[in-house]
Write a protein that binds this ligand. Structure first.
Ligand code: MLT
Length: 409
């Protein structure tokens, strides 16, 4: 008799963004004459930067000629891309990250969901923020690292509450942890962590022989020059942290698919007997066994981000979405809501003080605008909604006019 992985039964029936899509689809089916504007899921709307597009086309053309055709590439990514990443994203910021510490992949969601496989399923303490990108929690539930979900929280997780009281940046817990998830600029709150705050996490991880899984998918949106873009800007982080990065949001690759994960060679984790093992070969083993690399034209397109033209064009793309973020934040603040995010992140986290699904339904039904209910990101998300800056200017302006008309009533 084939049996299921019963850990899946502990999960909520469907993924947050699938739940939202269902409600939105039901609304549009019932109201075909009321066009909906989507400021829910953080999906980009603007075309790929010209430099990426040209490199993408050139990559496709190379596949058309025997002399330049490529079959399987290196699973970890082509050297041209890994070297460009190491140089521009890390070495230029003083981080000693080498090209062979970078693993190119088809997405940060997959990487931050898969990474937990190389760690023990029993006997490790998880520390996960609340609210949080649901992938971190759900993949650990699937792997059996948690108990049941009681009142919205899984047993076995140390929740790091991000609330108005701590400016939505949790401090290190008083108890020990082994595997710590952090995301800055934060999804969903848009909060950023200062150098001092990150340094406290690095010190905590080192003291606990723990590993930080640092999701920096939104680093390109940081405007404040004092905010670190990488955890490796903190001395010693290469001994205790893995970092996830993505081309999805800075270069519009959500549909093109390219991301990368940094696993420093100095990083160690331990077996049951307490012997230290390098983590890099474990992730390399997992990656090469289960993944055959990102397609060549896509990697060419991603590498174009690092050309002079690519840098200017991705900067302009980020500035475009950040101007949307400012409009959203100014409007919601003007309506009397306390908001964070939107200054160094494409998300605005709005403290509505009301049931977040009810607020979501109100905006959907009365303004035909989709946001994301905070409760979907965890219990501390209750009383909040997230509005995403990823849309055209026209749609953002239209959505804000409709929201204003509804909320001013
Ligand atoms: C979000 O809306 O939280 C993001 O789009 C999720 C993701 O990048 O997978």
């Amino acid at each position: 008799m084939i049996r299921i992985n019963e850990n899946y039964l502990k999960l909520k029936a469907s993924y947050l963004f699938s739940d939202i899509a269902k409600r939105v689809n039901a609304f549009t089916a019932a109201n075909p004459d009321k066009p909906v504007i989507r400021l829910g899921i953080g999906d980009v709307t603007e075309p790929l930067p010209q430099a990426c597009l040209e490199a993408f086309h050139a990559g496709v053309d190379e596949m058309a000629a025997r002399a330049t055709f490529k079959g399987y590439g290196p699973e970890q990514g082509y050297a041209f891309l890994r070297e460009a990443i190491a140089k521009h994203d890390f070495q230029a910021r003083g981080c000693a990250i080498a090209a062979d510490e970078i693993f190119v992949s088809d997405g940060s969601k997959c990487d931050c969901g898969n990474i937990q496989e190389i760690f023990a399923t029993e006997g490790i303490q998880l520390a996960i923020p609340d609210p949080v990108y649901p992938v971190y929690v759900d993949t650990n539930v699937m792997a059996g690292r948690t108990g049941a979900n009681l009142d919205g929280r899984y047993k076995g997780i140390t929740y790091l509450d991000s609330t108005p009281a701590n400016g939505y940046v949790p401090a290190v817990p008083a108890t020990a942890s082994d595997l710590i998830y952090l995301c800055f600029p934060n999804n969903p709150t848009g909060a950023v962590a200062t150098r001092e705050q990150l340094a406290a996490w690095v010190a905590y991880a080192k003291a606990n022989k723990a590993i930080i899984l640092f999701d920096a998918a939104y680093e390109a949106f940081i405007q404040n020059p004092d905010i670190p873009h990488s955890i490796y800007e903190i001395p010693g982080a290469d001994e205790c942290a893995i970092e996830f990065r993505s081309f999805s949001k800075n270069a519009g690759f959500t549909g093109t698919r390219c991301a990368f994960t940094v696993v420093p060679k100095k990083l160690q984790a331990f077996d049951a007997a307490g012997n230290a093992h390098a983590v890099h070969p474990l992730w390399n083993r997992r990656h090469t066994t289960k993944f055959n690399g990102v397609s060549y034209p896509v990697q060419k397109a991603a590498a174009a981000v690092y050309t002079e033209a690519g840098q200017a064009q991705t900067k302009a793309l980020v500035a475009f979405y950040m101007a949307n973020a400012k409009l959203i934040k100014d409007t919601m603040t003007g309506l009397g809501y306390s908001c964070i995010g939107g200054d160094n992140a494409p998300y605005i986290w709005i403290n509505t003080g009301t049931d977040s699904w009810a607020f979501f339904d109100k905006l959907l039904n009365e303004a035909q605008v989709v946001c994301t209910p905070g409760a979907g990101f965890g219990s501390c998300g209750e009383g909040h909604v997230r509005i995403s800056a990823f849309n055209s200017r026209e749609n953002v302006e239209k959505a804000l006019a409709r929201i204003t008309a509804v909320l001013k009533k």
